[in-house]
Design a protein around this ligand. Structure first.
Ligand SMILES: [Cu+2]
Length: 115
């Protein structure tokens, strides 16, 4: 795929993600994630926060994400919906799915592994 086609796909995915969000159960899967990772939750920041005015953010100490980031690091990610924060709190070990959308690397799923 050329670059334009890839961006268009990203836009379509963003629309698909945004439209049904309110009606979906709060337990999405990583099925359509571009990458999957594991890590520990450091902070949960519903919008607005110091890190983003309008979008929810999660700060994760993540392990290597195969094909994306090979190092352990602490970093913030934009989150597709605050509904993904349900049942999650700082200190939890989680598995998460990431999607590359035009303006962000977006967390589209969060699953608690242990507390
Ligand atoms: Cu990272």
């Amino acid at each position: 795929m050329d670059h334009l086609a890839r961006r268009l796909c990203g836009l379509l995915l963003l629309v698909a993600l945004a439209a049904p969000a309110a009606a979906q159960p709060a337990r999405p899967t990583t099925a359509n994630a571009d990458w999957r990772g594991t890590g520990t939750v450091l902070a949960i920041l519903p919008a607005p926060s110091d890190l983003h005015a309008t979008r929810p953010v999660i700060v994760l100490q993540h392990e290597a994400i195969a094909g994306l980031m090979e190092q352990v690091m602490a970093m913030p990610f934009l989150v597709a919906s605050p509904a993904l924060f349900e049942g999650i709190r700082p200190g939890d070990r989680v598995a998460f799915g990431l999607k590359d959308v035009p303006d962000a690397l977006l967390v589209i799923s969060i699953e608690r592994l242990s507390r």
